[in-house]
Write a protein that binds this ligand. Structure first.
Ligand code: NAD
Length: 246
């Protein structure tokens, strides 16, 4: 595709699988994350030319300079994949304001800030650009013990629709992928410690299995590609049918 693509949280899980696929497809891939060494390792797995930047998404003042640096180096940004995210499983009454705000900051506010800073450039590019956000099953139906995560991902779906209509006239498409339950370090933490929850996940997934990171990577790659040039504002569920499961 030969596009310049930023993937936040690209050093593990879904972000890493996405970065690997997009790199194989001939794009210039830029990954971000918090841990410089982890990013270095991931970049060597992804392959030659993969750029990496340590950028903690909670440090909002670092976001605009990061984007300006990318533009200076590459001249344009064709796609932004807002993948970085955190989760925390706790009963509602144990969730502090600090817990709640921390999750909202990483999963939602930083997506707003980074997208705004990227779109400033995209709207003046000839090729425009596209944004892919990452939602969750927590935004499709109620899941207990993840109040902040649920609020953050539901906000992502609303922002996806609002941006799709505001930026569509400028030629910028905004979509989201809502992964079902996919095998990554994040989901292992939530499911391996709780066999009942894991059984429930599998029993309501018509395909009866967890997904793999490449399943999400393929969906993101499609939404970025020109094959999706008339797709704007969708929440694409990649979940083996989990969200409509009985
Ligand atoms: P993961 O923990 O493997 O990856 C998350 C990435 O986000 C990591 O690279 C981490 O370094 C980065 N990150 C976290 N906080 C950050 C911060 N403050 N600044 C910068 N980077 C930060 O988890 P994953 O499963 O690959 O999750 C990726 C995305 O997919 C998340 O948005 C998650 O909510 C979403 N998701 C995952 C699943 C699943 O089943 N794995 C399901 C639904 C949604």
């Amino acid at each position: 595709m030969n596009k310049v693509i930023i993937i936040t949280g690209g050093s593990s899980g879904l972000g890493l699988a996405t970065a690997q696929l997009l790199h194989r497809q001939g794009n210039k891939v830029i990954i971000t994350g918090r841990d410089f060494e982890k990013l270095q390792q991931a970049a060597s797995l992804i392959g030659e030319g993969c750029a990496y930047f340590a950028l903690d998404m909670v440090n909002e003042t670092e976001i605009a300079p990061f984007v300006a640096g990318i533009i200076q180096k590459y001249g344009q940004i064709d796609a932004l994949v807002n993948n970085a995210g955190i989760n925390s499983k706790k009963p509602f009454l144990d969730v502090t304001n600090e817990d709640f705000e921390n999750i909202m900051k990483v999963n939602t506010t930083s997506v707003f800030t980074l997208t705004r800073e990227v779109v400033r450039y995209m709207e003046n590019q000839e090729s425009r650009g596209t944004v892919v956000n990452i939602s969750s099953m927590a935004a499709q139906y109620g899941i207990p013990y993840v109040i902040a995560y649920t609020a953050s991902k539901t906000a992502i779906e609303g922002m996806t629709r609002a941006l799709a209509v505001e930026l569509g006239p400028k030629g910028i498409r905004v979509n989201a992928v809502a992964p079902g339950f996919i095998k990554t370090p994040m989901s292992a933490k939530a499911l391996d410690s709780d066999p009942d929850r894991k059984n429930k996940v599998l029993s309501r997934t018509p395909m009866g299995i967890l997904g793999e990171p490449i399943d999400i990577a393929n969906a993101i790659s499609f939404l970025i590609s020109d094959a999706a040039k008339f797709i704007n504002g969708v929440i694409l569920k990649v979940d083996g049918g989990n969200s409509i499961g009985f």
